[in-house]
Design a protein around this ligand. Structure first.
Ligand SMILES: Cc1cc2nc3c(=O)[nH]c(=O)nc-3n(C[C@H](O)[C@H](O)[C@H](O)COP(=O)(O)OP(=O)(O)OC[C@H]3O[C@@H](n4cnc5c(N)ncnc54)[C@H](O)[C@@H]3O)c2cc1C
Ligand code: FES
Ligand code: FES
Length: 1304
């Protein structure tokens, strides 16, 4: 029997006996077909990079059904007779890109491009869903990609690209793009793509032979029973499979092998939805998407609409499309999965039919009983789920969930659903109250509270008693994270339900507890500067359509060379321990393992070096001692990536810790033990003024205030990866996804002990770096090189997400203690700081942190500034330099000081900010030569300008009014300035003209998504265009920027620090000037009859042997190599006091880009960096255990921003601050500085929390101001915010009300 399916119209037939049933569709696509647009990023259903379209043909109705799935979780066997369309199947460079690809490009919605193919397919599917294009609305457009993650763009341009297809949108309402009118946009036409080829339709009718192979698809219950009976007698292990999405959560399941995989989706009763007089019976294998659609159809029953709306928040659409309702309930019942489905169906009174496949008995039990029973047996089947109709008009139903992402794609901290029958006089006749996901074995009904409420009239005191009772039952299990927060949500939801019913029952009897969130909207003011045309034009990113179609080649897309092997890291799980040896569990080598590479395999003459940089070297493999958790101990090499990953999981490292000093696991301990890294004096920032004097001039002082800041993980969509290929004469080629090819090069050479001319590092593009692929990419490439060298076979490693999170680390955590002196006006006179930075066990690039922190912190005039900064050497993972390293912490520290001063003086923080803004004179004092000329200091005028354009003062009053009239929501607004110093460094370039007039450009800088190639192309177009040949305007079209190759372009330096694009452009300009000089005489000679065409000029140059290849190294002028970047942001937020959820209502940014080289690219950098900063300040919890092992190591636990968490109104204005001869065509950096502006969201949240605290203090009768001097930790997640607003807010409100009432 064969598996027959189509991919992008191409027929595939596989002999079922040769297929491992645990193979995923993604593995098949990426390793066995040429279709590489399907990207692997998380492998757990949490990111959408691997989304494909599945099309299914119904031979009876002769219709095709199309839906998206996460190919990383979908089993290959389950797509039998289906057709798969990937992004390159929608369109491509050979047959023409699809209009979706062109829109992503035209809307500047693709940066590194790693997420874009998945986004494209998600959008395509959403457009297909809206049966005709006129039904695709702006609202649907926003949801089209709601489960897809993007770490680069900040989502706004992606949403605009989606909205551009909406029937109800005017192109004027959309963000900055390359299209002039909506009519100029090619429309979406579903017939452009044939999702289901004719040849497959014939296959669908062929019978399916079940039972013979490890994968079987029984077509009836009888067949299933026979099959399982046989398995039981043969003692075969069995796995029932519906959508297989549960393996996204239970990852160990992927490594288990079963005797039989039994597909449940062909059994008619299990995939049907039947409506009867009493309710709806849903087959357990029905997908959640289909359940939602059916429930929405049954309009008579309002409860069903609520259930459907809640289900739309379960996972992402591409999971709901394949994940079944039964699968969800089994996960909840058998494995305590924190399910939403179980909770809401429990309140709805659902029941479940269970079939014993051995005894063939069918039993109907309530969902409540089902959940309480012992875990479902292997041979027990959830057959159907029945949801009864609730016909009484007095019934009220509502569901709730508190989760880090409001629209789904995040598990709930707690979910709840309530059903109540109420009389008009507010008497509860009866009710059903279900709670789940809060750290309980399974969803529960809180019967004690149900009984208590039954028959009672709802009053504040009854609610108060009910809430007290509830507190005894909704108690998370020991060890649950955010335990108190989760418990506190239950009273909030219960109160919300009954209070809203009794206060203002709406005409339909249902109270909408949440307003519809405002639709996303935005504005962009972008200056176009044509002085250096085409530099300054908002040209679309080079290769964006190629990225969207998925044809852009990343390291893991390079076809595997013959004999290729795959590596996976074995890392230390102990800090400070002797490594005695490595073995595998059960003491036998797992499948496919070829070798375990460790320090012993570093060749003679080589050194065990995994990183070589200006500050020194670091070991590749731990030798006999592991310094920290996450340290690389070995690379296990196997025949496939899956085998390598499985083997690494099965590896057991034997340690010995006896007689060892305890590890240093905190900065305090490091200081106590004098475990510090030396900071080179020239990297240590300089103090300003005399702080003792400043302190003595102060009217007030705050002494020894403490701040702690944690880490942030890069979450580039493409994890660390490299491919090493041994070459002739003991040389090696390494394809590395890195920001530092030059340094990877010398690291590999030193490690292998070979001369540098025998090493070649090639990097074409990187799927996001953010600093994480600077130092931390080196050991990945080097380990592959060592393995390839030893085994003399190509070795590739694509680090899985969990290992990447554990081994790469992130931002530097730090502890800050400060004392500040200030006048009564808020003018600060002195700031003294002690900063302890956790650099981890090895130095890396941590040495740059002190000056970065202080560089950003000096944005205010502190009067005098002094500091003591220590780089602590701990037994924790070595930290990496993440986008705006140190700068973001510096800016935050400055704001924390300002807020503290403002609170202690009861002044508005904005007033204190303004009074401490620099004048040019104080700027020059703090930044010395870096301050530049007086006219370059734009910050103070930007502060005022943004104040006016964002209507700051007016909105402050509106926020005040809002807060006075709202009890359960509070708003805050905040304006924050930033100063960000950057330095230029040397960068090489080469420009070569080929005989047909096309041009090839090489630069040292790497394209990471930041638009470097695009700017470089524009610069080459400008600089060669100065020749003024005929047709030079089209020169840009002739230019191709090619991959970085360390043997071709030496001294490539590194890509980072925001200025590599400028530096690369400067190098290219120098090369072009040389070419122009060489071509000019020829041109003057031949141009007698008017301007000569470019192609003709080049032909003549070739004929006359003019050297048409020029290379150069740009080196910045000595003083100053540094300049300052300025920006201001105003953010307004709303905090829901019941859940602690913060919604960013509006952000306005004004950013000085100088004369932008490409304003579209800079806009993308500004928005993308801001949203990454938003993640740092508000969402991304980086939690480790006491020994430093990262616990938030997956998309389940680490939450980067999504479409639904960015500012609802997002306005960006780019300021053109004019000419500056020392900068590259007067441009300024945009890659990192705008990240700091996200501090405005944090500060606004603090304002809102302050209002909440004022209110609760009033309720509690506390009248001193001490509670208003508080710090809002970073990130200000929902639990953090709620805790500061008062976990007992509902209880306090009820008590206060009862006191007030008793006084009346
Ligand atoms: C990224 C992601 C996010 C998610 N977020 C949420 C969320 O926020 N809230 C929420 O409630 N859920 C969430 N889920 C869970 C999701 O709803 C389930 O993964 C899905 O419904 C499982 O269905 P399935 O068909 O894929 O099950 P499968 O993976 O096929 O099966 C799950 C388990 O049940 C067994 N099984 C399947 N069907 C039956 C049956 N009929 N009888 C007996 N045993 C059976 C299987 O053997 C397996 O052990 C999320 C899932 C993912 C991947
Ligand atoms: S890789 Fe499949 S969802 Fe992330
Ligand atoms: S463009 Fe979306 S992740 Fe890079």
């Amino acid at each position: 029997m064969s598996l027959v399916f189509a991919i992008n119209g191409q027929r595939f037939e596989l002999d079922l006996s040769s297929v491992d049933p645990s193979t995923t569709l993604l593995e098949f696509l990426r390793y066995q077909t040429p279709f590489k647009s399907v990207k692997l990023s998380c492998g757990e259903g949490g990111c959408g990079a691997c989304v494909v379209l599945v099309s299914k043909y119904d031979p009876v109705l002769q219709t095709v059904e199309d839906f998206t799935v996460a190919s990383c979780l979908t089993l290959l066997c389950s797509i039998n007779h289906r057709s798969i369309t990937t992004s390159e199947g929608l369109g491509n460079s050979r047959d023409g890109f699809h209009t979706i690809h062109n829109r992503f490009s035209g809307f500047h919605a693709s940066q590194c491009g790693f997420c874009t193919p998945g986004m494209s397919v998600s959008l395509f599917s959403a457009l297909l869903d809206s049966k005709s294009s006129s039904e695709f609305t702006v609202l649907e457009a926003e949801k089209a990609v709601s489960g897809n993650l993007c770490r680069c763009t900040g989502y706004r341009p992606i949403v605009d690209a989606c909205k551009s297809f909406a029937a109800d949108v005017d192109i004027e309402d959309l963000g900055f793009n390359s299209f002039c009118k909506k009519t100029s946009l090619p429309p979406f036409d579903s017939s452009d793509v044939c999702s289901f080829p004719e040849f497959l339709k014939d296959e669908v009718n062929k019978s399916i032979d079940s039972g013979l192979h490890r994968w079987c698809s029984p077509g009836s219950v009888e067949e299933l029973q026979r099959l399982l009976g046989a398995c039981n007698s043969d003692g075969l292990s069995v796995k029932l499979v519906a959508g297989n999405t549960s393996t996204g959560y239970y990852k160990d399941e992927r490594e288990r092998s079963y005797g039989k995989y039994v597909d449940l989706t062909r059994i008619a009763e299990m995939r049907e939805i039947r409506e009867s007089r009493n309710g709806v019976e849903i087959g357990a294998a029905v997908t959640i998407s289909k359940v939602i659609a059916a429930l929405k159809e049954i309009r008579v029953e309002k409860m069903f609409g609520k259930l459907a709306a809640h289900m739309e928040k379960i996972a992402a659409r591409f999971i709901r499309n394949f994940g079944s309702i039964g699968g969800n309930l089994v996960m909840a019942q058998r494995k305590q999965f924190p399910s939403d489905m179980a909770t809401i169906l429990l309140a709805a009174g659902a029941s479940v039919k269970i079939m014993s496949l051995l005894s063939r008995e069918v039993q109907k039990v309530t969902l409540e009983d089902f959940l309480q029973e012992p875990p479902l047996g292997v041979y027990d089947l959830v057959f159907t789920i029945e949801i009864p109709f609730q016909s009484s008009s007095e019934l009220f139903f509502e569901t709730y969930r508190a989760a880090p992402r409001p629209n789904g794609s995040a598990l709930a901290y707690l979910n709840a659903a309530f059903l109540a029958q109420m009389k008009e006089d507010r008497t509860v006749v009866n009710c059903r109250l279900a709670f789940g996901a809060y750290g309980t074995k399974h969803a529960i009904r809180c019967k004690e509270v149900e009984e208590f409420l039954s028959g009672k009239v709802i009053t504040d005191s009854v609610l108060s008693e009910a809430i007290t009772l509830l507190g005894k039952f909704v108690v998370p299990q020991e060890g649950t994270s955010d335990l108190a927060y989760r418990s506190s949500l239950a009273p909030g939801f219960l109160f919300n339900f009954f209070h809203s019913l009794t206060e203002k029952p709406s005409s339909n009897g249902y109270h909408h507890h949440l307003d519809q969130p405002k639709q996303l909207s935005s504005s962009q003011h972008v200056p176009i500067n044509d002085e250096y045309f085409p530099v300054g034009e908002p040209v679309a990113k080079s290769g964006a359509s190629l990225q969207a179609s998925g044809e852009a080649v990343y390291v893991d897309d390079i076809p595997a060379p013959a004999n290729c092997l795959y590596g996976a890291f074995i890392y230390s799980t102990k800090p400070s321990a002797k490594v005695k040896g490595i073995r595998f569990k059960e003491n036998s080598a797992p499948d496919g393992v070829v070798s375990v590479i460790s320090c012993k395999d570093v060749p003679k003459g080589g050194q065990n070096i995994g990183m070589k940089f200006s500050f020194g070297t670091e070991p590749l493999f731990a030798e006999d001692f592991a310094l920290h958790v996450g340290q690389c101990i070995a690379l296990v090499v196997a025949d496939t990536q899956r085998h390598a990953d499985t083997a690494a999981n099965l590896a057991v490292v034997e340690y010995e810790t006896e007689d060892l000093e305890p590890p240093i696991l905190s900065v305090e301990d490091a200081v106590k033990k004098s475990s510090l890294f030396e900071i080179y004096p020239f990297l240590y920032p300089q103090k300003v003024g005399d702080t003792s004097k400043g302190m003595s001039e102060a009217h007030h002082r705050i002494l020894s205030s403490e701040i702690r800041l944690g880490s942030q993980y890069f979450f580039y969509m493409e994890t660390q990866t490299a491919l090493a290929v041994p070459d002739e004469d003991n040389s090696i080629v390494v394809y590395s996804s890195c920001q530092t090819p030059q340094y990877v090069h010398s690291t590999v050479a030193s490690c292998l002990g070979i001369p540098e001319n025998k090493v070649r590092i090639i990097t074409r593009r990187v799927g996001g770096g953010f600093g994480g692929k600077a130092v931390k990419a080196m050991p990945v490439a080097t380990a592959c090189a060592v393995a390839a060298n030893k085994l003399q076979r190509p070795v590739r490693t694509y680090v899985n997400r969990k290992t990447d999170m554990i081994m790469t680390g992130g931002r530097h955590p730090m502890k800050i203690t400060y004392s500040v002196g200030f006048k009564s006006t808020g003018k600060i006179t002195a700031l003294e700081l002690e900063i302890l930075i956790d650099a981890g066990a090895t130095l890396g690039l941590s040495m740059i942190l002190p000056s970065n922190i202080i560089g950003a912190l000096k944005k205010y005039n502190w009067g005098a500034l002094s500091f003591d900064i220590k780089l602590c050497k701990t037994n924790l993972l070595s930290k990496a330099i993440m986008r705006a390293p140190g700068d973001v912490q510096g800016t935050y520290i400055a704001e924390a000081v300002i807020e503290n001063v403002a609170s202690s003086l009861s002044l508005e923080a904005d007033t204190v900010r303004k009074i401490n803004l620099h004048t040019y004179e104080s700027l020059a004092l703090f930044y010395k030569a870096g301050a530049g000329e007086p006219h370059e200091y734009t910050l103070s005028s930007m502060w005022d300008k943004l104040g006016v354009s964002s209507r700051f003062e007016e909105r402050v009053s509106i926020v005040r009014e809002f807060n006075e009239s709202n009890i359960w929501r509070k708003r805050g607004i905040s304006r924050v300035p930033i100063i960000y110093p950057v330095s230029m460094f040397s960068t090489p370039g080469r420009v070569s003209v080929l005989s047909d007039g096309t041009i090839v450009v090489e630069v040292g800088g790497i394209e990471l998504g930041q638009g470097l190639w695009t700017k470089v192309k524009q610069m080459a177009g400008y600089a060669l265009g100065l020749l003024q040949c005929d047709g030079t305007e089209e020169l840009v079209e002739k230019i191709r920027v090619v991959q970085s190759d360390t043997l071709s372009m030496v001294q490539g330096n590194f890509t980072g620090g925001s200025t590599t694009s400028e530096g690369s452009c400067a190098a290219v300009r120098l090369c072009c000037e040389t070419l122009v000089k060489r071509l000019k005489p020829l041109m003057d000679k031949s141009g007698g009859g008017g301007p000569i065409s470019w192609n003709k000029l080049i032909s003549q140059a070739y004929a006359q042997s003019v050297n048409l290849s020029a290379s150069d190294l740009y080196t910045p002028e000595e003083t100053p190599t540094q300049y300052l970047n300025y920006g201001v942001a105003v953010s307004e937020v709303e905090v829901d006091l019941v859940t602690g959820q913060t919604t960013v209502l509006q952000t306005d940014i004004l950013y000085d880009s100088g004369k932008s080289l490409n304003p579209a690219v800079d806009l993308g950098q500004i928005e993308g960096a801001f949203v990454q900063g938003l993640g740092f300040f508000m969402l991304e919890e980086y939690i480790t255990d006491s020994e430093g092992l990262v616990l938030t190591d997956s998309t389940w636990t680490y939450k980067i921003p999504t479409v639904d968490t960015i500012p609802r109104q997002f306005n960006v204005e780019i300021l053109n601050s004019g000419r500056h001869e020392k900068r590259v065509l007067s441009s300024k950096a945009s890659g990192e500085p705008p990240l700091l502006l996200a501090a405005s969201v944090h500060c606004a949240t603090r304002e809102a929390v302050k209002e909440a605290r004022k209110q609760i203090r009033m309720w509690k009768g506390v009248d001193d101001d001490s509670g208003l001097m508080f710090q809002l930790p970073v990130p200000a997640t929902m639990p953090v915010v709620k805790e500061l607003c008062g976990l007992d807010i509902v209880e306090s409100y009820l008590e206060w009300k009862s006191r007030v009432n008793s006084r009346l």
